[in-house]
Design a protein around this ligand. Structure first.
Ligand code: SF4
Length: 312
């Protein structure tokens, strides 16, 4: 679950705190002028909420600092997602469990594993997850979208994101949409994870407007355990998540503006050290992260570990 935006977060080096955007507008005499929209994805918002410095390394600094090596858990997650996308690309009569071996082989991402033996074990595990998962799918039910991009504009955001799956299911007043997100991490998930996921809420908000149908239910499908963690949003809870995303966007725009006005970029985007640093792509660049022992690229597919990153 992502933490709230870092609005008001003190600078780690005691420098200037970015000023609120509303205050800037007042000082510059721009009231009433349309503000530029903040173009974002769930990953972009999540990166800032996790750590403003990581956001800067990913989205502001150009050239971007070098990343660490690829992670095996990302490869595993991508392989499973790709195989499920390929599954739905098959004609319904060809969606048989025996097709999965070819689908997973065809989309397998090899990077990050310690050795061939570990990679083979991960492949067998992933195939088992997929075989069990497709048994739970309704053979005659076609999703409304698979890896479908949904987008929406608000007064602050131009949001777009790719939902793993969007289902259309019968509701009391007609078809309703459901956002489905596949998860392959080591730890199980519960309804609090589904409720707290800003990404899922924004997908639901955007899908409702894209398809002009109610979309309140969000589901995390955790393939390793075969469990589904679900939450039914309300108009109000979606609005709250949207409002938090807009606050994060304001914080980011204020920090970018502060740099443009001459602030030290290290002050505008402070570090936020946590157990996640061991998994951060920019640990070697970051002054806080470089003091944290790094994880092996395959650590998250080997054993449960503190701060293990979420796997999509
Ligand atoms: S190493 Fe830690 S503090 Fe540094 S950018 Fe990454 S997450 Fe942030």
């Amino acid at each position: 679950m992502r933490r709230p935006s870092s609005a008001g977060r003190p600078s780690s080096t005691g420098g200037h705190a970015p000023r609120p955007r509303a205050e800037q507008a007042e000082q510059l005499g721009f009231e009433g002028m349309p503000e530029r929209l903040f173009v974002c994805t769930p990953s972009k918002l999540g990166a800032y909420a996790d750590c403003p410095r990581r956001y800067r390394y990913s989205y502001v600094d150009r050239p971007a600092p070098p990343k660490g090596p690829p992670w095996a858990h990302n490869s595993l997650g991508a392989s499973v997602h790709n195989a499920l996308r390929s599954w739905y690309a098959l004609a319904p009569e060809r969606r048989r469990p025996e097709a999965l071996t070819g689908l997973l082989r065809g989309t397998w991402v090899r990077e990050g594993y310690r050795d061939d033996e570990q990679e083979r074990a991960a492949y067998r595990r992933a195939l088992g997850w997929l075989e069990a998962y497709v048994e739970t799918l309704e053979p005659d039910t076609e999703p409304l979208g698979v890896e479908r991009v949904v987008a929406v504009k608000t007064a602050v955001l131009a949001f777009n994101g790719r939902a793993d799956r969007i289902d259309s299911r019968p509701g009391p007043d007609g078809p309703e949409l459901v956002i489905v997100d596949y998860k392959t991490g080591r730890t199980g998930l519960d309804s609090d994870d589904a409720r707290g996921s800003q990404a899922l809420a924004l997908y639901a908000y955007a899908a409702e407007r894209t398809f002009r149908r109610p979309c309140r239910r969000v589901e995390l499908h955790h393939l390793p355990t075969g469990t589904v963690a679900a939450h039914e949003h309300t108009v109000e809870s979606l609005a709250r998540q949207l409002s938090r995303a807009e606050e994060t966007a304001h914080d980011i725009m204020a920090a970018e503006k502060a740099i443009a006005d001459g602030a030290d970029p290290d002050d505008a985007f402070p570090t936020d050290p946590s157990p996640r640093c061991g998994w951060c792509d920019y640990r070697r660049t970051c002054p806080a992260g470089s003091q944290t022992p790094g994880k092996d690229p395959w650590a998250a597919v080997e054993q449960p570990a503190e701060g293990t990153p979420a796997q999509g």
